[in-house]
Write a protein that binds this ligand. Structure first.
Ligand code: SAM
Length: 396
């Protein structure tokens, strides 16, 4: 990934070279360039601001230095949405979220335009939209003195999601906001400190119970501190799950393709059978699999399926194979995937000793999602090319 920053205070961005981003640069994962905007201002005082048309307090950042900077740095992409995103940090932008960070982490290049004074002349943003994708991003509902702090925060949240960036990929596995919930409380050694004991369940070694406890803590904490998130993430009532019928097959075909095409584009070594299925195959699959769907305002927006199968580890057990956890692209990141997964686990027949599923070996977000739900990566078990298996013991 390449990152460019346009700022009148380049020194403000020197922390970018510290710590993990610095190491990522050394390892060649990241190229990072901080540009002094004043090099594109040509009067004696290198002026980058002027008084606002229409009057009012303060100064506005002039368009010409930004225009020249975009040209000199060759930020234009073709087609406009390909690869590059120009980020304007502004309190009137869309709120910065984990989901937005994950979106930005898929881009090849981010160009940050850091505002100062009363902000940047609107024509710079209008012009930028003709060059590349533009996101106007707010760090929160408060006013900072300049966009550099926001650019630093966005950078840190984005860069730690880049594949290979975190020394320990497991650190990303379970985090606040990953599935729309705040993180559960965490503990380390010693087990007892100043009369405070670590909750015994965490010492039990029972991964199923631990995952259930953590989930419960996350839900309670979110209800207490951020009920707005809980409403969006945990609202199984908002998304009633129903059994699929043959009449759903056409929409299932569309949903399946919409869900998997992104993953296929991101990883061209991964062959995804779901992408090649015909309407007839989907219709037939409804007999072999217990398939469930979610509709929102009449539209089919989610699906999941399960079926009993012999255990993949060669034991005598029967497992509940889970597949096609699909959420319409415009609703992803709002907890619907979790509603579907919880549902398919809940309807597993009594004979199932464990849950099993495949996901892309490079689909870090998917793996995080399943691990957070209590699944564990099973490198010891066979998987189709480009995929990995995850399993979770059934709680009785
Ligand atoms: N007059 C502007 C307004 O009310 O929207 C505020 C300008 S602020 C003093 C100067 C610059 O700081 C902005 O152009 C923006 O780049 C940055 N900034 C301030 N608050 C921000 C926030 N909450 N998120 C992102 N950037 C912010």
């Amino acid at each position: 990934m390449r990152l460019d920053y346009l700022t009148i205070f380049p020194d403000y961005l020197s922390p970018l070279r510290l710590s993990l981003p610095g190491k990522a640069i050394e390892r060649g994962l990241l190229e990072l360039y901080v540009h002094d905007l004043r090099q594109w201002a040509h009067d004696r005082h290198r002026t980058v601001d002027d008084t606002p048309y229409g009057g009012g307090a303060g100064m506005v950042m002039k368009p010409e230095p930004f225009g020249e900077a975009f040209a000199a740095l060759e930020v234009a992409t073709s087609p406009v949405a390909a690869g590059t995103t120009i980020v304007f940090t502004t309190p009137s932008g869309e709120p910065f979220t984990q989901r937005l960070a994950a979106d930005l982490a898929t881009r090849e290049r981010l160009v940050f335009a850091c505002g100062r004074y009363e902000g940047i002349d609107q024509r710079v943003i209008d012009h930028a939209r003709t060059l590349a994708e533009v996101r106007e991003i707010s760090l929160g509902d408060y006013v900072l003195n300049g966009g550099e702090v926001a650019a630093l925060a966005v950078t840190e949240a984005v860069v730690r999601l880049l594949p290979g960036f975190m020394g320990n990929a497991e650190s990303l596995v379970e985090e606040s906001h990953e599935d729309g919930l705040l993180e559960y409380p965490v503990y380390t050694k010693p087990a007892s400190w100043q009369g405070y004991d670590v909750p015994p369940v965490l010492l039990s070694g029972d991964h199923g119970r631990i995952a259930a406890w953590r989930r419960q803590q996350a839900v309670e904490r979110t209800a207490l501190r951020r009920p707005d998130l809980l409403h969006a993430s945990h609202a199984s009532t908002e998304w009633p799950v129903t059994r699929a019928t043959p009449g759903d097959a056409g929409e299932l075909l569309t949903l399946t393709r919409a869900c998997w095409v992104q993953e296929a584009l991101a990883n061209d070594t991964l062959d995804i059978p779901a992408l090649h299925e015909t309407l007839e195959q989907i219709t037939t699959s409804l007999e072999a699999w217990d398939t469930y769907v979610v509709r929102s305002a009449g539209r089919l927006v989610g699906s999941v399926r399960g079926r009993l199968a012999p255990a993949a580890d060669g034991s005598e057990e029967t497992w509940w194979d889970i597949g096609r956890v699909c959420v319409a692209p415009d609703l992803q990141g709002r907890g619907l995937g979790r509603v579907l997964l919880d549902h398919i686990e809940a309807v597993a027949p009594a004979g199932a000793a464990a849950y099993a599923l495949f996901t892309g070996a490079h689909s870090q977000a998917n793996q995080r999602f399943y691990k957070r739900a209590g699944f564990r990566l099973r490198a010891d078990l066979p998987a189709p090319p480009g995929a990995v298996m995850l399993t979770k013991p059934r709680r009785r």
